[in-house]
Design a protein around this ligand. Structure first.
Ligand code: LLP
Length: 505
């Protein structure tokens, strides 16, 4: 600072009360930093009398003591009740249309044998997307007839495995694959039950959806009229005709999946309309009646206080209204409907528990009101606190991959301290290793405190890695006040045991 001040600068807003100018617009300063915003947390999570975060009465300090950190803490009760809510609400909404709905839990979001059993016990089915997921399904003991297999590049061995397991459906993604599945099945004197994944040109993300005539993505059979070499014929239409004629294929119906983290039902409704219209055309042109229709997954959850997911019953009702009226308009009887929610069942069931390590505060240029400086404009800086935790992008890649927003609370205690705009970061050798980009945490958060990040049940453990040779965390399931490991955390031995240099030493 030069001797010529005055250049003390008044920030536009006082971070202590009105929020930091560095914070994104959607992030308000919570009235009470210790409050748990209910939609983001699993049933059974609360602060106990001592102010510590607890699940089913188990304080997080006890979980840390027994299982260490980082740790995925999952409520089995919450998972089961969300699974049931989807099944019951869709069954009820579609009862008069097609007698109910088959709900396939999307295992890619999080899968282990315990989850396979919960899904099965709650009356759901299972959607898999690889041979590995099929292996978990088989070990979990679910009947093959209740399992679906997805994937845009299935190997012959995955197709054979699906046939070995007597899978309820193989969701075929391309004309080439259709031929491969049919040929493999016919060679085994079997018939593969097949759904065709179509791309209806509807894409949805959170609050918005777009509809286009063409698809520019790797998944699915295009419904656009010029998507084959034959004039006017779509890949979807060609696939229906080929599948119906193939002796190795039993064509059950059509499938679509329009995106992820979707809050409004309009996109699902439009996709349903497009597929039913196509189905009616197929029926009148080829006389083929398809008994099933899968409308995919993608239902959104609350990652931050501004996310407002709708209850499954509301989505189910909106979708049922469209299916009912569209079938009536088209004069076709409604196919049996199925859906594939993943995130909306497992996402909120889980929080990640971390221990805080290094902290530092930086000052960052940002907007602010400043007095005219005598020697040119002064820069206005605002504090941002970096809170390092003992995990990071290896246990939650979503902020890095998708710019996903999360939230966090101080879990080991409450604090009366003022809010400080904080960034929760991991311990990896990457400056982009961010767990929670922007969150207000009490300014007295210190090394040794525990932090909890809610909404980490879907696509966090599933996408986890060993970057920097970090051991992947375990997953603990809590039910009726008891915690048990359903996936143990990796050990250093696990990290070394595929290294052939170590093995042969
Ligand atoms: N069905 C199909 C065919 C899918 O591709 C997916 C997700 C689902 C169902 C389940 O979607 P959900 O209900 O869980 O949104 N890793 C990304 C999401 C990838 C989704 C891939 N497909 C993320 O973390 O946001």
């Amino acid at each position: 600072m030069t001797a010529q001040t005055p250049r003390t600068v008044a920030p536009a807003t006082d971070p202590q009360t009105a929020g930091s100018p560095l914070a994104p617009q959607w992030l308000g300063v919570p009235d009470d930093l210790n409050h748990l915003h209910e939609p983001m947390w699993a049933a059974g999570v609360e602060r106990n009398a001592a102010g510590e975060l607890s699940i089913d009465g188990m304080p997080v300090s006890a979980l840390k003591e027994e299982f260490g950190t980082p740790l995925f803490v999952m409520s089995e009760t919450d998972f089961r009740s969300r699974a049931r809510a989807f099944k019951d609400s869709f069954d009820e909404a579609f009862a008069d249309i097609c007698g109910g709905v088959d709900v396939y839990y999307a295992g890619k979001s999080f899968l282990c044998t315990a989850v396979v059993r919960w899904v099965d016990e709650e009356g759901l089915r299972l959607d898999t997307a690889s041979g590995g997921e099929l292996a978990v399904a088989a070990r979990g003991g679910i009947a093959g007839a209740r399992v679906a297999l997805h994937g845009n590049n299935k190997s012959d061995s995955e197709i054979n495995r699906a046939l070995d397991m007597g899978l309820g459906r193989i969701v075929v993604d391309s004309l080439a694959e259709l031929d491969r599945v049919g040929t493999i099945a016919a060679a085994r004197n079997a018939v593969a039950k097949v759904m065709l994944r179509l791309t209806p040109g509807v894409h949805a993300h959170t609050h918005e959806f777009i509809a286009t005539a063409h698809e520019d993505q790797k998944f699915g059979l295009s419904m656009a009229a010029d998507s084959t070499d034959r004039t006017g014929l779509s890949a979807a239409e060609e696939a229906v005709a080929a599948a119906s004629a193939h002796p190795g294929i039993d064509l059950l119906g059509l499938h679509c999946h329009i995106g992820s983290q979707i809050f409004e039902p309009d996109g699902f409704a439009l996709a349903a309309k497009k597929l039913l219209t196509f189905q009616a055309a197929v029926q009148s042109s080829y006389g083929i009646v398809l008994p099933e229709l899968d409308l995919g997954g993608g239902y959104g959850i609350a990652y931050t206080p501004v996310d407002t997911p709708r209850p499954p019953a509301e989505i189910a009702q909106a979708m049922a209204d469209v299916v009912r009226s569209t079938c009536r308009e088209l004069g076709i009887s409604a196919p049996r409907i199925s859906i594939e929610p993943g995130r909306a069942i497992v996402g909120t069931s889980t929080f990640t528990l971390y221990e805080v390590g290094t902290l530092k505060t930086v000052r960052v240029d940002g907007p602010g009101v400043q007095e005219e400086a005598t020697d040119g404009p002064a820069s206005v800086t605002h504090p941002r606190r970096y809170v390092s935790v003992d995990g990071g992008m290896s246990d939650n890649a979503r902020p890095v991959l998708y710019d996903a927003d999360y939230s966090a609370v101080l879990a080991s205690r409450t604090s009366p301290a003022a809010p400080a705009l904080s960034r929760v970061v991991g311990k990896h050798c990457e400056s982009g290793d961010i767990v929670v980009r922007d969150v207000y945490l009490p300014e007295d958060v210190a090394a040794g405190d525990l932090l909890a990040v809610p909404g980490t049940g879907a696509y966090c453990w599933a996408l986890s890695s060993n970057y920097n040779y970090l051991a992947r965390p375990g997953v603990v399931a809590v039910r009726d006040g008891a915690a048990r490991l359903i996936v143990r955390g990796e050990t250093e031995e696990d990290l070394l045991n595929r290294d052939m240099g170590v093995a042969s030493a």
